[in-house]
Design a protein around this ligand. Sequence first.
Ligand SMILES: NC(=O)c1ccc[n+]([C@@H]2O[C@H](COP(=O)([O-])OP(=O)(O)OC[C@H]3O[C@@H](n4cnc5c(N)ncnc54)[C@H](O)[C@@H]3O)[C@@H](O)[C@H]2O)c1
Length: 249
Amino acid sequence: MTTPAGPPVAVVTGAGGGLGAVTATMLGELGLAVACVDIDEVAAKRTATELGNNGVASAAYGVDITSESAAGSLVDAVHADLGQVSHLVNIAGILRRTHLADTTADSWRQVMDVNVTAPFLLTQAFADDLKAAEYGRVINCASFAGTRGYEYPAYAASKAALINLTSSLMFDFWGTAVTVNAVAPGAMVTPMLDRPAAERMAAKTPTGRILDPDDVAAVIGFLAGRTSRGVNGTTTVIDGGASLLFSYK
Ligand SMILES: NC(=O)c1ccc[n+]([C@@H]2O[C@H](COP(=O)([O-])OP(=O)(O)OC[C@H]3O[C@@H](n4cnc5c(N)ncnc54)[C@H](O)[C@@H]3O)[C@@H](O)[C@H]2O)c1
């Protein structure tokens, strides 16, 4: 008798936040088990509990993803709770609203650590799992700000680095069934961006509306699926067309 294989397992960072929670829910609806990772353990547990209530295998991990040792421990914990990982979805991110003059070196490093070093460390930690999966997926959450300049330089530079990391890492998975892609959202109402700011930006957007996290999760859902196998190393901008025309300042 053979044991039936369990569902594919996704690790979602920032799963307690606005886009992360919606993405975790969407992946659960697609039939994946979901490891909900967030520095805010209460928020990660809230998402995992909601998934569990809907019959999705899930677990919560209160982890600071910038810690190198935490990445190794997370691999062991997810293996024990849910099994081998097929999908790594790096959603966690921070925005510091500072300009050149008031960005300290510590703040610059913190933004880089969360937004780009952590996705690098986690991809490294889960690489063997991803390669062993029937089809592995790494999906990074960048930002429109990473595709062009933005008034907050640390954030924009970190997201530009993440976009480049996305296309560079595909070389490490050469010849495997693993793809690495990114999404680059425009303004979305989440705890990161308040409604007045998002409405100001929406006024500059050709579609005339503020993005919902659902709009971004829908693209992540496509990238997470088997049928996206021809898409690799790309960044999909999801901003209603705004960044083609204007700066968000
Ligand atoms: N909201 C927007 O307008 C917008 C636009 C473009 C891109 N994004 C990107 O979308 C992603 C999700 O952002 P959001 O809008 O949902 O914001 P959010 O603040 O609601 O979610 C971010 C989550 O990341 C978690 N996090 C932060 N630092 C962490 C760490 N060191 N370890 C583990 N978890 C950590 C936070 O606790 C939070 O739950 C981010 O990468 C962000 O840069 C957001």
